[in-house]
Design a protein. Sequence first.
Length: 122
Amino acid sequence: MLTARRSRRLPRLQQEDPIKNVINKDYMKACLTQNGFRASSYPDGLRNAKVAFRYEENRDCYFACMMTKMGMIKPNGHPNEDAIRSTFGKHIDQVNKALKVCRVQENNSCKYAACMMANRGI
């Protein structure tokens, strides 16, 4: 006689971070140093790192530096939305929502980059 097994619910997987797979380690080290962080203290960059309040602006500018080196922020400091969309095309709905939310910050590349990082998982 067969007995029914209770099905066990598998834990819901967290959504993949769209920026994780496009990080260049050389860019990361250069941007960390440029913004006052020791690269050896942050081997994986600042993507999910907690920083003291007094370093939040440095962290935001680190994100802007990374996005500039990756072509997602133009040399003039304005967003390159086409490059952002093509880099994260797999997550286009999330990207479009983040672009819309962050557009108000586009005149300050550090604030814009921080907004994009904060909203990348909308």
